[in-house]
Design a protein around this ligand. Structure first.
Ligand code: ANZ
Ligand code: ZN
Length: 852
């Protein structure tokens, strides 16, 4: 098959699907049928699709097509995350309106996506910059405001000096803006916040229930939410009635305390600065640092010694000096700490710099007291308490409990929990975003825009070259009459963080109602998303915001589901070979040629260094344009190769030989179908002697393997199994009429199993084999047990890595069956002593490990 005819073949099927409305959800959907919601993270309309998109959407499409064939009502939509800074930048560079730029990009990307043969219901396409979309989130914000889930506060914010806007903590990576890479500064601004912390505990605890999420993402979210259990302790200021409240996770180390440190933004620091210019200078110096924890961790620990002292809660004779220190954050705990240099690395660095006492109070069990000296490295492990009166001899855990009890008796402290999670600052000083529906009135204060005046839309005319916030600089837009007192007032000129739009788009897809964001019953039916697929870079940003948002919407009675995504797959990167010239410049593959002497640069003849295989990126010149691949080889080739190389969650290497391989494979099946005669009569499988016709077993084994493979996201295994079946079919010898029948039968099943991966070719084969109707509409083939090989294997069962017995299982048993076999072993039962295992790891045919 020539390359251009491949293009025509694929186009033909895309048109047929579209004409028949194959993937359009029925208006009168049967809600009694089981549902399956497959969603890929929607793209930012940058202009062209890249290989990361191709991988992402192929993965989703395999699942969506498969689930449709299995009889589910499948929701598989696509849309555009279309607000954001690049549109403003393009507007500045090319003098084109952000809206025009965005719409043009959407149009070309939609065409590209359609060329991939993805089974989307294009009737449900949404674009978040469309007022028919964002009008609903303006209403949501007002509802949040009513319930106290949105509020305004003046706070220190992360300021990105290149993007000239505020960034949320989640958007600061290693002290730099997540998009611009600029060093982030601190600024005091009045901002809108969403009360993420209201759900901190639930966001943390429900992570355990998200069994179909990667462990690493759950761990990242759990760290991000950061629950810390400890105590708040009051230190009384000497010669003063006031107290300083500190938060600590280590009240057991109180006898090792040698100083108190306040955050530069602590009210007491600010108070002291009023009468002390040196303190004032020190505080403003600290404010030039960024607010991100990572950079504070790395920066030199600096302090300013005040004249204040506090008394020790357990030892009234002892007093501690009070410092103001740059490493204490106002936003965490109480904004003040007690320093225990022996057992905290930061405190130790601080103590060494300012010659403060280092008093060890916890030592390793075996070490003798006088041999235990702390100089440069703090001791932070568990051990035995000493130097600590009533705590002596206890381990850390017990000492913490005892210390808290004592503090509570003395009324000097209480147990307390602190969270690392902050509320989400959503104000951005940008034009191309959703306007925040608020009016500031001198008389009435903050007034939400009345519902009948929604949506607040952006002014078409805008000068984006002005400094600062473009909406604020607009000559007329912000002036408006106050809806309450009718006096002159001003609109909020900030727009929402664009993560606002992506925090609920999956709900909008369930029902594109004109009047309301979605009908409750319909959202309840479709939600949660059964399989969400996207990049790991969103592990805390988008995924946490969405988890918050659904909870907030539930609280406002929009629907009844709190977790948005029950299954999550984070796909790996698409990588490719890189080349470098002798002088170290990146080279395009086209600039390199292979000679006997090795690789040389075509233009200069100079030697070329073969670089590493790296993530495709423009800067490294190793990008392959999907459009060219699709033009030359067809979309099915790209799709098959995308999944055949490695499991979806791993990085994969793009290679020309791999693409060629997929291309040949598809052509081979097509050719097999062309040569196959369509049998006249139906033959009954039961009548075949399996020994004489081993292909029957192979077909059913393959149905079983591919089905399990898709369910487990082992798409690469599916493709390998399809290769095997193809090889076996093509080696069939046709000697009797049964052979005709069996070849036709096996190819028909093969094309069905292939159809989620290579839908166009499968339709063509299905047609060539004389079947009626679209393959996309066929029920998924069922493996008949009696044809499956019942090979068994004996494997070891371990508890915490120790062998406790063996079991024998059928190779086609599912994980649950093997698990049950393992835990019902007598020896295992005895060792478990009634405990419920934390985790059971089953590798069929290899091993079972029970973790307790
Ligand atoms: C005394 C102490 C002794 C501490 C010791 C640690 C070890 P996590 O686990 O992250 O919650 N801390 C408290 N508030 C702070 C703030 N606003 N800025 C910077 N540091 C702060 O950490 C809790 C510990 O971090 C607290 O326990 C406190 O130092 C410090 F041997 O108190 B600790
Ligand atoms: Zn007013």
């Amino acid at each position: 098959m020539t390359k251009s005819s491949k293009f025509i073949l694929e186009k033909k099927w895309q048109e047929i699907w579209e004409k028949q409305g194959c993937f359009k959800l029925n208006k009168n959907l049967d809600f009694k049928k089981p549902k399956y919601y497959v969603l890929e993270m929607f793209p930012y309309p940058s202009g062209r699709i890249h290989m990361g998109h191709v991988r992402n959407y192929t993965l989703g499409d395999v699942v969506a097509r498969y689930k449709r064939n299995c009889g589910f009502n499948v929701l598989h939509p696509m849309g555009w995350d279309s607000f954001g800074l690049p549109a403003e930048n393009a507007a500045k560079e090319k003098s084109i309106h952000p809206e025009t730029w965005t719409k043009e990009n959407i149009n070309s990307m939609r065409t590209q996506l359609k060329g991939m043969g993805l089974s989307y219901d294009w009737n449900r396409e949404i674009s978040t910059c469309d007022k028919e979309y964002y009008k609903f989130e303006q209403k949501m914000f007002i509802d949040f405001l009513k319930l106290g889930l949105a509020y305004r506060k003046e706070s220190w914010v992360n300021w990105d000096p290149i993007e000239k806007t505020v960034l949320a903590n989640e958007q600061v990576i290693d002290g730099c803006g997540w998009r611009s890479g600029a060093k982030v500064e601190k600024r005091l601004l009045s901002q809108w916040f969403l009360k993420m912390t209201a759900f901190a505990n639930d966001l943390l605890e429900t992570l355990d229930e998200l069994k179909n999420w990667p462990d690493k993402v759950r761990l990242m979210q759990s760290n991000w939410i950061g629950k810390s259990i400890g105590a708040n302790i009051d230190f009384k200021i000497v010669n003063n009635e006031k107290k300083i409240k500190v938060f600590t996770t280590r009240p057991d180390t109180l006898f090792g305390a040698s100083f108190i440190a306040l955050s530069p933004s602590h009210p007491l620091s600010l108070n002291l600065s009023k009468t002390n210019p040196s303190i004032k200078d020190f505080i403003s110096f600290c404010n030039q640092q960024t607010t991100s924890e990572a950079s504070i961790e790395k920066a030199e620990k600096l302090g300013f010694k005040t004249r204040l002292h506090v008394s020790h809660p357990f030892d009234k004779k002892k007093t501690l000096p009070v410092y103001i220190a740059n490493f204490v954050l106002m936003e965490y705990g109480t904004g003040a700490i007690f320093g225990c240099p022996a057992h905290d690395q930061r405190d130790l660095e601080f103590a060494n710099k300012y010659s403060l006492d280092i008093i060890p109070v916890v030592k390793p069990k075996e070490t003798i007291e006088k041999d235990f000296i702390i100089e440069k490295v703090a001791f932070t492990d568990d051990g035995v308490l000493f130097n600590s009166e009533f705590l002596n001899g206890l381990n850390v855990k017990d000492a913490i409990k005892t210390a808290i009890k004592k503090l509570e008796e003395l009324k000097s402290g209480v147990s307390s929990t602190t969270w690392r999670l902050r509320d989400w600052g959503v104000s951005r000083q940008r034009y191309w975003g959703c306007p925040i529906p608020i009016i500031h009135c001198k008389v009435c204060g903050i007034v939400p825009v009345p519902e009948n005046q929604l949506p607040v839309t952006l002014p078409k005319q805008i000068d984006l070259t002005s400094q600062g916030n473009p909406l604020d600089a607009h000559p007329t837009w912000k002036y408006i009459k106050c809806p309450k007192c009718k006096k002159q007032a001003i609109r909020e000129t900030d727009t929402f963080d664009t993560f606002f739009e992506s925090s609920w788009y999956f709900l909008r897809f369930t029902d594109l109602n004109k009047r309301i964001p979605f009908k409750k019953e319909i959202a309840n039916y479709w939600m949660p998303v059964d399989q969400y697929i996207g990049g790991i870079e969103h592990a805390v940003l988008h995924l946490l915001y969405s988890r918050f948002f659904t909870r907030a919407l539930k609280k406002c009675s929009y629907m009844d589901i709190k977790e948005p995504f029950s299954g999550l797959m984070t796909q790996g990167m698409v990588c490719h070979q890189t080349y470098k010239s002798k002088s170290g410049k990146w080279l395009l593959p086209d600039q390199v040629s292979k000679t006997k002497k090795g690789l040389i640069q075509k233009s200069t003849g100079e030697e070329v260094v073969q670089g590493r295989i790296e993530k495709m990126s423009k800067s490294k010149k190793n990008v392959v344009d999907p459009e060219i691949i699709i033009k030359n080889y067809g979309a099915d080739t790209a799709r098959v190769f995308m999944v055949s190389d490695s499991p979806p969650d791993r990085d994969m290497e793009w290679s020309t030989s791999g693409v060629e391989g997929a291309y040949k494979f598809l052509n081979k099946i097509l050719k097999l179908a062309e040569e196959t005669k369509i049998p006249k009569n139906k033959v009954v499988l039961e009548n075949f002697d399996l020994k004489k016709f081993p292909i029957i077993k192979k077909v059913h084994q393959t149905i079983n393997d591919v089905t399990n493979g898709i369910e487990r996201f082992s798409f690469n295994v599916c493709i390998a199994k399809l290769y095997e079946l193809t090889a076996q079919i093509s080696s069939l010898k046709i000697t009797q009429k049964e052979d005709y029948y069996l070849k036709h039968y096996s190819l028909s099943i093969l094309s069905q199993l292939l159809s989620p991966f290579a839908p166009h070719h499968s339709e063509e084969i299905w047609l060539k084999l004389g079947h009626k109707g679209l393959i996309a509409n066929q029920p998924w083939p069922k493996a008949e047990k009696r044809f499956l090989k019942t090979e068994t294997k004996t494997i070891g069962v371990q508890i915490n890595g120790k062998l406790r017995g063996t079991i024998t299982h059928n190779l086609n048993d599912d994980i649950k069956t093997i698990e049950n076999l393992a835990i019902s072993l007598k020896t295992v039962e005895i060792s478990l002593k009634g405990l419920i295992p934390k985790k059971i790891i089953v590798i069929p045919g290899r091993i079972v490990n029970i973790v307790i």
